[in-house]
Design a protein around this ligand. Structure first.
Ligand code: SF4
Ligand code: SF4
Length: 184
């Protein structure tokens, strides 16, 4: 008995004091994704990359909004969202105490305004994403005024741009490249 006590005292504490004391985690520990909506441009890259479908986006054309959503109950802490986010709006933290009393507390949402297409008026892209794309061009060395002049182009939806770039077919002469009797 005395020998056992001696061994116990010599060994000291073999367990951690958590939850009575904070538990330090290893460097690079992948815990709860921390999200900063002010930094997010609602590009949707993280929602495409998320393998567990913990991240999603829903567009409300009537309201002209897009809502980003994280459901922690599905997160597998893989960090794909952190890898693909262009603005560092989401990153995994050391936080691992995720228990909640209400399932609704496992959701995080942010709603963004969509820009309406200048041509068809349909909301099509988050305003912050358009601003970010223009800011990137300035950052890459283009003149700010020249980029600002392109705002109408940035605020036109892809479908309208495509229509605008297709000339009227009755103004085209299609026979120039065919030979008599040759295949059309
Ligand atoms: S850590 Fe992985 S599973 Fe969790 S939200 Fe990010 S991409 Fe999805
Ligand atoms: S990838 Fe980043 S910026 Fe894009 S929607 Fe996700 S959190 Fe927002």
């Amino acid at each position: 008995m005395f020998k056992l006590l001696k061994t116990v005292i010599k060994t000291g504490e073999a367990t951690v004091r958590y939850p009575f004391a904070p538990l330090p985690v290893s460097p690079g520990f992948r815990g709860k994704p921390e999200y900063d909506p002010t930094q997010c441009i609602a590009c949707g890259a993280c929602t495409i990359a998320c393998p567990a479908n913990a991240l999603s986006m829903a567009t409300d054309v009537e309201q002209g909004t897009r809502t980003w959503e994280l459901f922690l109950g599905r997160c597998i802490f893989c960090a794909r969202c952190e890898e693909v986010c262009p603005t560092r709006a989401i990153a995994l933290s050391p936080e691992f105490e995720l228990a909640v009393g209400n399932k609704a507390d496992l959701y995080q949402r942010a709603t963004f305004t969509l820009t309406a297409c200048r041509s068809c008026q349909r909301p099509f892209a988050p305003s912050k994403e358009i601003d970010y794309a223009m800011a990137l061009l300035v950052h890459s060395g283009l003149e700010a005024d020249a980029v600002a002049e392109q705002r109408a182009h940035f605020e036109t939806c892809p479908e309208c741009k495509r229509h605008q770039s297709i000339p009227d077919s009755d103004k085209l002469t299609l026979g120039q490249t065919t030979t008599k009797g040759g295949a059309l």
